[in-house]
Design a protein around this ligand. Structure first.
Ligand code: ASP
Ligand code: MG
Length: 409
């Protein structure tokens, strides 16, 4: 007997019709004699609707009350799914995070799971019931309702799969898997049959929003095999696991990009110990996250320092830098908020030289100027002008033959 955890996202439970078809899918698992725990999101748009309601009353509601509010969407869908299952003659029982006891810390709106009590769910499964759990929510030690951050139902699913030692964790969503890049930018993007946790983490942090990042971290840590599939279309989706030796790995698995970048440069900074700290300290103190950082070698006892931030923080970061410029006796501050970051990701590049040069050659042949470069073990990122985004992604996609990947049926 296999134990499955199936998670359905907001669009998959976005209407009564869709909830009924989720019930059909779940019933099949039970009919074949396997056990299943279902984790649900709220109906699509519901969490946003609740947040908007709150904002009509208070611009800064307390996070505790926000969690009481936004956790309600999932309570609706789990109850409705159980009713749909009952209608099909299936035994099923729904639980909120508090009822299961998904114990979290008390960091409202971004809580972390500490412990899951499995006994009740186990007993239900053994009694032949489908267990339906509200995603995205938990309870702290004092009994306060908490939520796990936007997209947190993915993390609930992985955490339940870990706690109950499920054999497989399926994430049903509105796309049929993880793609080599965003198909809206490159229509020739291919669905990946397989991707490693590491690659998925890079892709997710670079802006492919298929799964909540934390769920991928969690799955990697506890080695839960995750499969991302479409609720609407048949297919095997994308399996996310550790690298297997027999996996003939493509050099590159995907191209991720982020349109929300801006860069700032401070030039003529006296090249002294502590300068990086003096520049970035005030930025960090203002809670502005810094992404790429480049400092070049000084020749005249001064140095230039460039870093990127989210575009939303551009003006604030620039103002802070202008103050630092005066304080440090540096030359000037320049910036650009019309840049994007494009990254190629793949565990295959570990063992292959020449990936970077292929990337740079491809961009050069399109006349695309590279503003910044950063690398890690399985990723190479470049910053280019935003007008080149589509061209860069498409030319890299074909240079690395990502359009040749065969999708398994
Ligand atoms: N309903 C929550 C959200 O919209 C959690 C989730 O869907 O995963 O963020
Ligand atoms: Mg989601």
């Amino acid at each position: 007997m296999t134990l499955y955890v199936y998670k359905f996202g907001g669009t998959s439970v976005g209407s009564v019709e869709r909830i009924k078809s989720v019930a059909e899918k779940v019933k099949k698992v039970q009919d074949q004699g396997d056990q299943i725990i279902v984790v649900l999101s709220a109906m699509s748009g519901e969490t946003n609707r609740l947040i908007a309601l709150a904002k009509e009353i208070q611009t800064q509601p307390t996070e505790r009350e926000m969690d009481v509010l936004i956790s309600t969407g999932e309570q609706v869908t789990v109850a409705l799914l159980c009713m749909a299952l009952h209608e099909l003659g299936c035994k099923a029982v729904s639980y909120t995070g508090t009822q299961v006891r998904i114990l979290t810390d008390s960091a409202f709106t971004k809580a972390r799971i500490r412990e899951i009590e499995g006994a009740k769910m186990r007993a239900d499964l053994d009694a032949g019931k489908v267990v339906v759990v509200a995603g995205f929510q938990g309870v702290d030690e004092l009994g306060n309702i908490t939520t796990l951050g936007r997209g947190g139902s993915d993390t609930t699913a992985v955490a339940l799969a870990t706690a109950l030692k499920a054999d497989e964790c399926h994430i049903y969503t509105d796309v049929d898997g993880v793609y080599t890049t965003d198909p809206r930018v490159e229509p020739k993007a291919r669905r990946l049959n397989h991707i490693t946790f590491e690659e998925m983490l890079e892709m997710a942090s670079l802006g492919s929003k298929v799964l909540q990042i934390r769920s991928v971290e969690f799955a990697g840590k506890y080695n839960v095999a995750l499969r991302v599939l479409s609720s609407f279309k048949e297919g095997c989706g994308t399996l996310i696991t550790y690298e297997e030796s027999q996996m003939e790995s493509a050099l590159i698995s995907g191209i991720a990009f982020n349109r929300d970048e801006a860069k700032l440069t401070i030039t003529g900074v006296p090249d002294l110990p502590g300068v990086a700290y003096k520049i970035l300290g005030p930025v960090a103190d203002a809670n502005i996250e810094v992404d790429m950082i480049v400092q070049n070698i000084a020749d005249d006892a001064t140095t230039d320092f460039t870093f990127t931030v989210d575009r939303n923080n551009y003006q604030r970061a620039k103002a802070i830098l202008e103050e630092s410029c005066v304080a440090l006796g540096a030359r000037k501050v320049t910036g650009d908020n019309t840049i994007v970051k494009i990254s190629i990701v793949g565990v295959g590049m570990r063992s292959h030289a020449g990936i970077a040069s292929t990337m740079f050659k491809t961009l050069a042949s399109e006349g695309i100027n590279i503003r910044m470069i950063a690398t890690s073990e399985i990723k190479i990122s470049v910053v280019v002008d935003e007008k080149y985004l589509e061209l860069a992604v498409r030319s890299l996609h074909s240079a690395f033959e990502l359009d040749q990947i065969a999708e398994e049926a």
